[in-house]
Ligand binder design. Structure first.
Ligand code: ADP
Ligand code: ZN
Ligand code: ZN
Length: 748
């Protein structure tokens, strides 16, 4: 390997300074140690002060005149520091997922945005008690009542809160200042952390793990103590006690003096979850979430770095908590799309967790009731160790599932969005004063075209993905750009009931109110949850039985427990089945599974009604049976046939511009350049597109996509690196922006 000649050094690692790097030359004898992330000493400024820094980039090219580049004084090799580790991780993220080093560093280094530490100000005596008494009488004699009040209070309580002194004792700032000058009292400022977790009173109720749970804990701990580090996948149905397993493993790791990161999707990070962990682990637990202020979040990373907490609970970003002594990373609900970053670098938290664990000799536990195809595939090949929890921990019968064929409803002249079965069961639950959840699994941007008479869905002949309708009367494939005119008659049965499919939660609410005027209804979707606490408020109201029916999108399937819910209705399972995304079946299976898990969590016997035009579709039949294995086998056949992940990998390039013509020109040019690259290097990758993105325009920017498919991820990284270099020099890119996304999880 050829060593690099120059290093980019960052002197001040804080968010504001991440883009300020300085180039230094690497002396011959340091070349083998000069790696990304390595701490160094360099001469800085006019006086050649010796200061510390870190290597964040390496290159062969001088950026300024060579003679002006100073050499690195020293590469420090001693104890690894958390900063080097995180800088290396940033580099790995940039390489693996695209973007610049600066963007990656900003992802990994917490924001210290000039937030002042929270302060506690106090007032106390500078003199001893006897002196204070003398002064007290002296001031009394002089009728100096303010001074008397303060000394009197301080003689009872030697430390007073500053604000109380000012506001409750009514002492003016000038009085305080004069006493300070006389050396009688002093004002002190102590810096404290903002702590989002209040140590609430409560009692931790230990559970006795069942044999399945205990077995998993024993295996993981045995490995850990034997020095084996692995990635474990716990596949356990909803309510099977995964969280209890995590907690037991966490407890063991903490006993060994290790620190733990527990990732959970933001939407599931409720008061109840945090409290459960806090009751068991006490004050050394902290939380991160996007609702916290930057100050609060910064303080949590400081506490972590100083070793004052051992367990952090949070979404994706908690992955970068600067623990110095990490032992374990848990990723709960590992299949959730929120683990994929939506901004560059578009990293996947599971992959980064595994890399951070590798760097720190830690283990990783992934958990889900419906593992992602990627994870289950790896578990099957032995890359992960697979464990299963097959029974609900509390005695609860699995719900009874009804699949309703909406084509039959139309034949029975029922044009309402509620089937006869669902209406009947809603009326029954309302009469029994039990609760109902109605679920509209709506995702994606545009509607697909389907026939209400036979259920036929219009698909792309090349990609086997649903076509989506556009206002110009055409339907389009958002992978390859194929388009055709929307037919007026169903090509399968000739019926005229063929149209774009679409119903919103608001519409469902209206119709529920019309059918059941006496029912109390709550609705939860992006419209009703815009305010800060509205999400939590709606769920609490429903949990307190302040409504009979809760209508919502996938948001309602997480977090709270609703013991009175005994009916779950899925209005149109097809909505997520045909969103023009190769993960559509997987999402449908997951959503149906979660929604069904909501019915009858406690003692009431639950029922689930799934309304669909595709009662025979495998993601619906397997979800109704709760048969993940069967779903996995079917879905893998499709992924293999079409070469979608995990059977192969995809590199997506999103190109955007305010000028549509320029965008088309540039994306065509880029498509041709990639085709040429693949030909020259004899890479047998498949190029798809350029095509209009499914979200064709957003915030005034037009969007186009190119997909490259290949079985080897490393080859796609090579292509990405080549393109990054190439795009930097491309004049013709003027006005266009581009982004990379590997194995995309979101629709574009
Ligand atoms: P999951 O994370 O798989 O959804 P949880 O760990 O939250 O499951 O467990 C579901 C419910 O069952 C919780 O109320 C939990 O306290 C309870 N539970 C889990 N394991 C046991 C056990 N071994 N004995 C009694 N209750 C248990
Ligand atoms: Zn038809
Ligand atoms: Zn297509």
């Amino acid at each position: 390997m050829s060593y690099q000649t120059y290093a980019d050094i960052i002197i001040n690692i804080s968010h504001e300074n991440l883009d300020k790097t300085y180039q230094y030359a690497i002396p011959e004898h340091f070349k083998s140690q000069a790696k990304i992330g390595a701490p160094v000493v360099v001469s800085f400024g006019k006086g050649d002060r010796q200061i510390n820094g870190y290597i964040v980039g390496l290159s062969q090219e001088p950026k300024i005149e060579e003679s002006r580049i100073k050499p690195i004084t020293k590469v420090i090799e001693e104890a690894p520091v958390i900063e080097s580790h995180l800088i290396y991780l940033a580099y790995w993220i940039k390489e693996t997922f695209g973007g610049t080093m600066n963007e990656a560093l900003k992802t990994v280094i917490p924001v210290r945005k000039a937030v002042k530490r929270k302060e506690e100000k106090s007032v106390s005596l500078s003199v001893d008690l006897d002196q204070a008494k003398l002064l007290y009488y002296e001031y009394q004699r002089k009728n100096n009542t303010a001074r008397v009040r303060l000394l009197g209070a301080l003689m009872k309580d030697p430390i007073l809160d500053y604000d109380e002194v000012i506001h409750k004792l009514n002492i003016s700032r000038s009085t305080l200042l004069s006493l300070e000058k006389l050396g009688v009292t002093k004002t002190q400022v102590k810096q404290v952390y903002r702590n989002p977790v209040q140590c609430r009173q409560g009692f931790y109720n230990p559970v006795i793990l069942n044999p399945q749970q205990q077995y998993i804990v024993d295996q993981i701990i045995k490995d850990y103590q034997a020095g084996l580090r692995s990635t474990y996948l716990i596949h356990g149905i909803t309510g099977s006690g995964k969280t209890e397993v995590y907690m037991e493993v966490i407890a063991k790791l903490l006993e060994e003096g290790k620190q733990v990161i527990y990732l959970i999707p933001e939407i599931a990070l409720t008061y109840q979850t945090v409290r459960r962990f806090q009751l068991r682990f006490g004050e050394r637990v902290s939380v991160m979430n996007s609702r916290m202020s930057q100050g609060e979040r910064y303080d949590q990373s400081l506490r972590a770095k100083n070793g004052e907490i051992d367990l952090i609970i949070g979404p994706r970003s908690a992955l970068f908590t600067p623990f110095q002594n990490l032992g374990l990373i848990i990723v709960d609900e590992e299949h959730e799309t929120s683990y994929k970053s939506e901004t560059t670098p578009k990293y996947h938290a599971v992959e980064v967790a595994i890399e951070r664990a590798r760097l720190t000799n830690s283990s990783v536990i992934l958990g889900s009731a419906t593992p992602s195809l990627e994870s289950y595939q790896r578990a099957k090949t032995g890359e992960y160790k697979l464990y299963k929890l097959t029974k609900r921990a509390k005695e609860a019968l699995p719900p009874k599932v009804w699949i309703v064929d909406l084509r039959e409803e139309l034949k029975k002249k029922n044009k309402s969005i509620f089937s006869i079965k669902l209406k009947e069961l809603i009326a029954d639950r309302l009469a029994k004063k039990e609760q109902i959840m109605l679920f509209l699994n709506r995702r994606g941007y545009a509607g697909f075209i389907s026939c209400r008479s036979c259920g036929h869905v219009m698909k792309c002949p090349h990609c086997d993905i649903s076509l989506t309708s556009h206002s110009n009367g055409k339907m389009i494939c958002h992978y390859c750009g194929y388009e055709e005119v929307i037919p007026s008659l169903c090509p399968s049965c000739g019926s005229k009931y063929i149209a774009a499919f679409g119903t919103g939660t608001q519409k469902v609410e209206e119709l529920v109110k019309r059918e059941f005027p006496r029912a109390r209804v709550l609705r939860m979707d992006t419209d009703t949850t815009k305010k800060k606490d509205s999400y939590e408020k709606i769920l609490s109201a429903f949990a307190a039985h302040k409504a009979d029916i809760l209508i919502g999108t996938q948001m309602i399937v997480k977090g709270h427990d609703f013991p009175l819910v005994s009916l779950v209705g899925i209005i149109a399972a097809d909505l997520s089945l045909h969103v023009g995304d190769f993960r559509a079946s997987e999402r449908t299976f997951q959503l149906l599974n979660q929604a069904a898990g909501r019915a009858g969590r406690d003692s009431l016997h639950g029922e689930v009604v799934i309304q669909t035009y595709h009662p025979e579709h495998y993601s619906i039949t397997t979800a109704a049976e709760g048969n993940y294995e069967a779903f996995f086998e079917q879905e893998m056949l499709y992924r293999k046939l079409m070469q979608y992940p995990p059977a192969a990998h995809i590199l997506l390039i999103l190109i955007t511009s305010k000028e549509e013509n320029q965008l088309i020109e540039v994306s065509e040019y880029l498509g041709n350049a990639i085709r040429e690259l693949l030909r020259q290097r004899q890479i047998d990758a498949k190029l798809i597109g350029p095509a209009m993105a499914s979200l064709a325009k957003a915030n005034d920017y037009y969007r186009r996509v190119i997909y490259i498919k290949h079985s080897d991820y490393a080859t796609l990284i090579q292509i990405k690196n080549y393109l990054e270099g190439f795009l930097n020099y491309l004049d013709r890119l003027k006005g266009c922006n581009y982004q990379f996304d590997f194995d995309p999880m979101n629709s574009y």
